[in-house]
Design a protein around this ligand. Structure first.
Ligand code: ACM
Length: 525
């Protein structure tokens, strides 16, 4: 053949390859994959790996923990691919066509949660220092496969992954959300569902707001009326509910298996009507109020100068600490408008000692910085920057949940079906476009413990309604917590988010279809 003809064929081949890669049939450019949160570094090598019915997941050695991570990935891939991927163990790199998960403890840049994913046309190799890093890496493997991989029924392949190397690790150590199960109660299955979504976006904490004026949601064996009476109802007068300690332990274990820490909150001294209604002795006048099903705040307080109050709190913290493998217990402390400041400060000081005595550290809303903070206490900035700064001045770290940017219960705009708007309307771009380390000059990156997006549940009473507020904004908060700020950009993010619209649909998530996101452009791929 003449040289010119060969050149012509090569050229035609390249054009065809480019066309295929653009239609998404044969992904060859790893850097164009729609990963959320955006990885720290992606180097594409221009080829692709085929997931086939010969593919298995090999984990290094005989570690039960690694096998469990491998099984999590297999369980996510098998329903849609139908490839019958199995988890096997090996001390060596497996043969071509497989996925290999291994631990190598000597890559300090990756830390405890980072990973390196190397995809060649022969092998998908995931390496991390710690199992948590592998778990994060398998979320990336899921996301570099077509969105239909998230469907629950068998789909047609091919299942190709673009080749290259991803090195990835988080900007912040704590990346979480909060679910208010007090204003409306959410069943164990709903909580687990949220935990799986947090895991998919490499978040590692779920704060559970377990008590408030409207309900007490965690069984405390030494004070059974808290749930028997205090768990009976919710906002609007519905049925309420609570978690038995066994159910709660099941949630904690489910989260732990996904490298997510549950942070339990008992809000005090305010936001305590459900407890006060359950035990008259906790009230200064000795009389139990009625259960409350409205949405006002700031009217209730534990009686801070009765000893029985501290016996009660000590019992609650003891039982909760025994159920909590995580380091932190959240003591609330917000909006204690019915507690005098001269009572509030010694109360918070004393409760911090009690948490410490039960082997835990304290997290609290930003008002707790008015008290004298123990070393290791974390202040959750939701309202007043001055409080966060008072915390920093006392050596505390700050968990960033500024209501104006990070509250998942804020409406998207004036037409939103659910949500409140006392702090702001938070459209998807506003929720994404802020830097925790640039909101206030005195709150620097080194002062920040992490980021958390709370969902308060006054206006949402079931999973579907909650999802409308959580998604898609949660994905943006996950990216703020993980991706270096210099690499975050709304125009780039909104395209990746559109691809995740398909992924959310595949998982039956009722997300808000913001007009700011080009959902349809992705659908045609
Ligand atoms: C809060 O939103 N009251 C912490």
């Amino acid at each position: 053949m003449k040289q010119s003809k060969i050149r012509g064929m090569v050229f035609a081949g390249l054009v065809l390859a480019a066309a295929l890669s653009q239609t998404g049939c044969k992904p060859t450019d790893l850097s164009k994959e729609n990963i959320i949160p955006k990885p720290v570094s992606v180097v594409a090598t221009g080829s692709s790996f085929d997931l086939t019915d010969q593919t298995d997941i090999y984990v290094q050695g005989e570690s039960a923990e690694l096998k469990q991570i491998g099984q999590y990935l297999a369980d996510k891939l098998n329903p849609s691919t139908g490839l019958g991927i199995e988890v096997k163990t090996s001390t060596e790199v497996p043969g071509p066509g497989n996925i290999f998960l291994s631990i190598s403890g000597d890559d300090s840049e990756l830390g405890d949660e980072g990973y390196e994913l190397t995809i060649t046309d022969k092998l998908v190799s995931l390496v991390a220092n710690k199992p948590a890093g592998l778990f994060n890496g398998i979320q990336t493997i899921r996301q570099v496969l077509p969105a239909k991989v998230e469907l629950a029924s068998v789909q047609n392949g091919p299942w190709k992954i673009a080749t290259g190397v991803i090195r990835d690790y988080p900007a912040y150590g704590y990346r979480g959300s909060m679910l208010d199960v007090a204003r409306h109660f959410f069943e164990v299955e709903d909580v687990k569902n949220l935990i799986d979504q947090l895991a998919y976006y490499k978040m590692n904490a779920l704060h559970m707001h377990l008590s408030d004026d409207q309900g007490w949601r965690i069984e405390i064996k030494s004070w059974p009326n808290l749930t028997a009476h205090g768990g009976k109802t919710e906002v609007g007068g519905g049925e309420g509910g609570y978690y038995s300690q066994e159910q709660y332990a099941d949630i904690v274990k489910y989260a732990q298996d996904r490298y997510i820490t549950i942070v339990p909150e008992i809000d005090m001294p305010g936001h305590t009507n459900a407890a006060l209604a359950s035990y008259p002795e906790l009230n200064c006048n000795g009389k139990a109020p009625e259960l409350y099903t409205g949405t006002e705040v700031g009217f209730s307080s534990l009686c801070t100068n009765k000893e029985i109050t501290y016996k009660f709190i000590d019992d609650v913290i003891r039982e909760l600490a025994a159920l909590t493998p995580g380091e932190y217990i959240h003591i609330g402390g917000d909006e204690s408008l019915a507690t005098k400041i001269e009572d509030y400060i010694p109360f918070i000081n004393r409760v911090q000692d009690m948490v410490e005595a039960h082997g835990k550290k304290v997290l609290g809303w930003d008002e707790i910085a008015l008290a004298t903070l123990k070393p290791n206490t974390i202040v959750q900035y939701w309202d007043k920057a001055e409080n966060a700064k008072k915390g920093i001045a006392q050596g505390a770290k700050v968990l960033m949940s500024p209501a104006k940017y990070a509250y998942l219960d804020m409406k998207y705009d004036s037409t939103s079906t659910y949500g409140l708007h006392w702090a702001a309307y938070i459209e998807v771009d506003r929720g994404y476009n802020w830097d925790p380390a640039a909101l206030e000059p005195e709150i620097k990156k080194e002062n920040i413990y992490g980021i958390e997006a709370p969902l308060w549940s006054e206006t949402v009473s079931n999973r579907q309604e909650a999802e409308y507020l959580i998604f898609p904004r949660l994905l943006g908060y996950a990216e703020i917590g993980w991706t270096p700020v210099e690499q975050r950009n709304w125009d780039n993010y909104k395209v990746r988010l559109a691809d995740h619209g398909e992924r959310m649909k595949a998982q039956n998530i009722n997300f808000y279809p913001s007009k700011l996101v080009p959902w349809d452009a992705q659908k045609q791929k």
